[in-house]
Design a protein around this ligand. Structure first.
Ligand code: PMP
Length: 302
């Protein structure tokens, strides 16, 4: 990590530091994004995936927390391209933009507190296993409800809830947790959306189950329709339905497409990656590295 964007400038990473009195550090009053850059070694080309969509969501999240972002959507995109270029990594990266209450101030509230934007990036491989399939538990922690925090926004504070679920999974010997909504419907993973394959159909929880509106989720629905002729049903389901699924997978910027082969003590399908998941993975992993011309529009080359 060589350079970061901090207080309106690209600076050496070491200079991008905040005070312990920072509002966001004390109260979790920040919003953020996770964006992947895929490096294609053959083409010697870095591709940033869905950059515009991530910044559109960051700006929406900022509104939910009354964070004023001075940079426009096109500024943020241009700054990120410049930052990725300056860092010069020739490998896959993870880009982390943040907008946060930066004032050094004791006291709650969201209005009249200074805000800032920070962006950094780091080399990053697979967050979850994408080849063998993962084993997950169902968390005892419910996903934060719209009645507690804006569930559709990506708020730093919300991730305490996600971290509890993830820690619970690790503590019990699983790699990830499925969280339920306050109504007891399947919501998502700790940091990824979930899809179920049942009788050749794809089913994913609707936004009304307090999920984060995932960008990858949207991509998967598009690919399923265009490439496999499968329309995704967005409908609520209870955890019991998971055990009857033919295939299950998580998706997200970090998780990419991560097959789930076991929930609690029960195998999903035959305990191996299913054909629809495998097909979606094959297309996705080619597309994000710029190997499918019609999906280049997802990518920002640097
Ligand atoms: N849900 C949560 C809670 C997440 O943190 C993420 C990752 N941003 C996702 C879903 C997947 O979203 P996306 O596909 O936009 O990365």
């Amino acid at each position: 990590m060589k350079y970061a964007y901090f207080k309106g400038k690209i600076v050496p990473f070491e200079q991008a530091t905040i005070s312990i009195m920072t509002h966001a550090f004390n109260y979790g009053t920040g919003v953020f994004e996770g964006v992947r850059g895929y490096y294609n070694t053959e083409q010697e080309q870095m591709y940033i995936l869905k950059l515009k969509e991530h910044y559109q969501r960051l700006l929406l999240s900022s509104k939910a927390l009354h964070i004023k972002v001075d940079e426009t959507l096109s500024d943020l995109i241009a700054i990120t391209i410049e930052l990725v270029r300056k860092n010069g990594y020739k490998k896959d990266v993870y880009i982390r933009p943040l907008a946060y209450k930066s004032e050094e101030k004791i006291g709650l509230g969201l209005h009249g507190i200074e805000d800032d934007v920070a962006i950094y990036l780091a080399p990053f491989g697979n967050y979850l296993d994408v080849s063998a399939g993962i084993k997950v538990c169902i968390s005892k922690y419910r996903r934060i409800s719209e009645h507690s925090m804006p569930a559709g926004a990506k708020l730093t504070g919300t991730y305490f809830n996600s971290s509890l679920a993830k820690a619970e999974a690790i503590g019990k010997g699983y790699v990830e947790a499925i969280t339920l909504s306050h109504k007891g419907n399947v919501a998502e993973g700790s940091g990824e959306n979930i899809f179920m394959v049942k009788n050749g159909k794809l089913i994913t929880p609707p936004l009304s189950d307090d999920i984060l509106p995932g960008i990858t989720r949207q991509v998967i629905m598009g690919l399923a329709k265009k490439e496999l002729g499968i329309v995704t049903l967005q409908k609520s389901f209870k955890p019991a339905a998971l055990y009857k699924a033919d295939e299950l997978f998580f998706c997200g910027t970090g998780a990419q497409i991560s097959p789930i082969i076991q929930v609690e003590k029960r195998k999903i399908g035959n305990g191996k990656i299913g054909p629809i998941t495998a097909k979606l993975q094959e297309i996705y992993f080619k597309a994000v590295r710029g190997e499918i011309p019609k999906y280049r529009k997802w990518l920002t080359p640097v």
